[in-house]
Design a protein around this ligand. Structure first.
Ligand SMILES: Nc1ncnc2c1ncn2[C@@H]1O[C@H](COP(=O)(O)OP(=O)(O)OP(=O)(O)O)[C@@H](O)[C@H]1O
Ligand SMILES: O=C(O)[C@@H](O)C(=O)CO
Length: 412
């Protein structure tokens, strides 16, 4: 294994795995830190954790365990993947995990770059934008778990980290890899261990990747990995994929704007069924009822709890945020298990936490990376008869569910 990656959630990890696979690296995504060794042919291993919103000490412990395993596989470079919207609180978890990894690796020039131009995330003058909006005006200021109230990534990270935070400006980045290297050296000499690097285009990220050749630790969204496969002699190539025949089911626990539009669009062409949160929490609806419906409905049936923010707020006020999320996640995990037991072979899941629950419920281990469905979302093979797609809340075009099924089936 050449490149070892630690992802702080499941869909984000498949987003990174997608970038590396497209760049020509033989990439595998693991559900948590594996017990045994990786296959000898794996060039990039992505350990997917559910560490984004847990207690910072727990996130550090999980990440260090993943690091130990990746180093034991012989990795030359470690990549810490977080969200392209830098999802974190003033306490963490990005800063504490990046600090711990930097110390363990004795890394002193640590790139910090959440940019992902393909999905509208850019970093300019140290500030993160989502399309034409500053992060803290993009809707992310209202995120239920990690409200992002400051778009200045330097300032936000400084609150979380024990180390000083520097910056490489877009002007230097536009000068190419050599100029970026010089700027990183200057920041290092100035005593800054974490260095936020501006990037607004894929070209910027590719140059940054070249400048990071040989660095022990890089941190970022999936975009910051764009230039890395080239450093290991890999070149972009079509990702092989044998489509999967059989029954398809879609699940969505994501309440993000993009997912809600995708659910509405899907409903006009396919059977859809709403899962009412209160019915789940109060035990009026069983996973079996939904699994049976999914297995008998035609097309690409979708069961969803996705709801408007006001509905979610009411549910959370009535039952508590943790209780309602836990109940729904456990429900989706059970539905997925029953659906696969009943013969489903293509599973599409929307939402990071929801997908984490689905993957854990299905007990999936190593996932082979297939072709891209939409930016940041690859097809994944979980076994000889099972393929999955795990979509981050805000990713994907409006026809995502239908498109995901066509890619998983090998029809496109
Ligand atoms: N109707 C609902 N009422 C209350 N909570 C809900 C409802 N539907 C889903 N949830 C919970 O909201 C959370 C949604 O998080 P999830 O990570 O799955 O989606 P997301 O935030 O859109 O995705 P991402 O993390 O990739 O951006 C889950 O914990 C889910 O169980
Ligand atoms: O980087 C992103 O935006 C995604 O991969 C993600 O992590 C969303 O949860």
């Amino acid at each position: 294994m050449l490149l070892g990656c630690i992802g702080d959630d499941f869909t984000g990890s498949s987003d990174l795995a997608n970038t590396l696979a497209k760049g020509g690296m033989r990439t595998v995504q693991y559900t948590g830190t594996p017990d045994g060794p990786a296959g000898m042919d794996v060039q990039a291993g992505v350990v997917a954790l559910k560490s984004r919103s847990v207690d910072p000490a727990e996130a550090v412990a999980q990440s260090l365990a993943a690091l130990a395993w990746l180093r034991a596989q012989g990795c030359e470079q470690i990549y810490f993947k977080y969200c392209s919207t830098f999802d974190s609180t003033p306490e963490g978890n990005i800063g504490p995990v990046a600090d711990a990894l930097a110390e363990a690796l004795d890394a002193h020039k640590v790139i910090v770059c959440p940019a992902f131009p393909g999905t509208g995330r850019s970093v300019y003058q140290g500030h993160l934008f989502v399309n034409d909006r500053l992060l803290n005006e993009s809707g992310m200021q209202n995120h239920p778990l990690t409200p992002m109230t400051d778009a200045d990534i330097r300032r936000w990270l400084t609150r979380q980290s024990r180390f000083d935070v520097g910056h490489v400006s877009a002007q230097r980045v536009f000068g190419g890899a050599e100029e970026i290297s010089l700027a990183l050296d200057e920041e290092h000499k100035a005593g800054n261990r974490h260095i936020v690097v501006d990037a607004i285009r894929d070209e910027d990220l590719i140059e940054m990747g070249k400048a990071a050749k040989g660095f022990r630790l890089i941190t970022g969204g999936s975009g910051a990995a764009l230039g890395l496969p080239g450093n290991f002699g890999c070149t972009a190539a079509p990702v092989p994929w044998a489509g999967q025949a059989g029954k398809s089911v879609a699940l969505s626990g994501s309440c993000s704007t993009a997912t809600r539009a995708q659910v509405a669009r899907h409903a006009s062409h396919h059977p859809t069924r709403e899962i009412v949160a209160a019915d789940v929490i109060e035990g009026r609806l069983s996973p079996k009822e939904i699994a049976d419906w999914l297995l008998t409905a035609s097309g690409v049936p979708l069961a969803y709890s996705s709801a408007e923010p006001e509905t979610v707020t009411k549910v959370q006020e009535r039952y508590g945020r943790e209780r309602s999320s836990k109940a729904l996640e456990t429900f989706f995990s059970e539905v997925a298990k029953l659906a696969v037991r009943g013969g489903a072979s293509r599973i599409i899941s929307a939402g990071g936490e929801t997908s984490g629950a689905v993957v854990e419920g299905l007990g999936l281990g190593a996932l082979e990376i297939g072709p891209e469905i939409d930016p940041g979302v690859p097809a994944l093979r979980a076994g000889p008869d099972l393929v999955v797609a795990l979509k981050s809340g805000n990713f994907g075009a409006e026809d995502f569910f239908q498109k995901a099924d066509s890619v998983l089936a090998g029809d496109v």
